[in-house]
Design a protein around this ligand. Structure first.
Ligand code: HMG
Ligand code: MG
Length: 305
């Protein structure tokens, strides 16, 4: 399984959005900005800043417009944000973003709880988002959540996610990120899901969005890597979770992913020491201990004799 590792993978950093959307205490724009600046300084090139969702549903990200105005990034860094509908897209366009992400769930119940829509209604809504965004020169990414399991419905037939992915790519999304939203996946399950998906879609059109709730995210990422996946979502210091998915704590920590990849000779373009510094900024901004393993243990220290 480790014989055909790639030279390089791309990391899509979600901490400012997936990380901060679940925090109980409000975090000021300046704190979010400090985190994003530290992430950029570590060499990350794709960062999801926030969500243009209803402030009543996710008050933690109600400052999305203000945050986007406050952040500046070098030209080679892509900043993105979640958009659930046409209103979200208009806000993202007004904020000057070049990329957005639409999101929905493979499970009817989670989709309803998260967006107040059925799966069919979400797909209809995205017909009012994706083509106008493409026409405005933006790139559009998509998420399909609860592919490995749903907090309300339990096991989910991966074929439901497969059909949704087909529709989202057909609409013009450049990539679909498959979500283990509540971190229940195991490596064999990941292999079975990816066998199904890679039978129909090229690896470049797929990413993995893994939560580490039960400690299996890195193992699942390794299965994806060995099967040709080259795009991984991660969140510095392992901060994260979905407010409408009970128990969805902890995204795959970016430092843990980078440590594993670099240790196997797979490049990411990220400076691990500076990423660890960004994790410390996250901890100071959020104001509590964060769960990432490398965040807590540090990069390997060698004793000199
Ligand atoms: P709704 O209540 O059905 O919306 O919510 P509505 O269209 O009926 O509008 C109600 C009010 O919200 C109106 O305001 C709208 O203007 C306003 P009012 O007239 O009452 O004053 N509104 C908005 N305001 C600002 N921006 C908008 C917007 N849209 C409507 N874009 C809606 C439907 C989708 C808006 C709501 O359910 C929502 O915002 N949901 C977002 C939930 C969310 O962000 N969840 C977390 C992200 S998903 C996740 O974490 C999973 C992921 O990480 C992958 C994984 O882990 O698997 C991506
Ligand atoms: Mg998530």
């Amino acid at each position: 399984m480790l014989d055909h590792l790639p030279d390089r993978v791309s990391i899509y950093e979600v901490s400012p959005r997936d990380g901060l959307q679940n925090e109980a205490h409000p975090i000021p724009v300046r704190g979010k900005q400090r985190l994003i600046e530290a992430l950029i300084a570590s060499g990350l090139k794709r960062i999801e800043l926030t969500s243009f969702v209803s402030p009543r549903w996710v008050p933690q990200l109600a400052d999305a417009d203000q945050l986007c105005r406050a952040v500046t990034a070098p030209a080679d860094v892509t900043l993105s944000a979640l958009c659930p509908n046409a209103k979200g897209f208009e806000r993202a366009r007004a904020a000057g973003l070049k990329e957005i992400a639409v999101f929905m769930s493979a499970s009817e119940t989670h989709n309803k709880k998260n967006t107040n829509k059925s799966v069919a209604q979400s797909l209809e809504t995205f017909e009012e988002v994706v083509p106008p965004a493409l026409a405005a020169g933006m790139r559009v990414r998509a998420y399909v959540s609860t592919v490995w399991g749903c907090p309300y419905e339990g096991d989910i037939d991966p074929k439901a996610a497969l059909e949704i992915t087909q529709r989202l790519l057909g609409l013009g999304c450049y990539q679909v990120s498959l979500g283990d939203t509540i971190g229940v996946g195991t490596p064999l399950q990941t292999r079975r899901i990816l066998e199904l998906f890679l039978g129909q879609f090229s690896a470049e059109t797929l990413a993995l969005h893994l939560h580490d709730t039960r400690g299996t995210a890195l193992a699942n990422a390794l299965v994806g890597l060995s099967m040709g996946i080259r795009d991984f979502d991660a969140s510095v210091a392992g901060v994260g979770g979905c407010p409408y998915a009970p128990g969805a704590a902890g995204n795959l920590a970016t430092e843990d992913l980078v440590y594993m990849l670099h240790g196997m000779g797979v490049e990411t373009g990220v400076d691990l020491d500076r990423l660890i510094d960004a994790g410390k900024v996250a901890e100071s901004v959020i104001g509590r201990r964060l769960p990432g393993k490398v965040h807590q243990a540090g990069a390997r220290t060698l004793r000199r004799s």
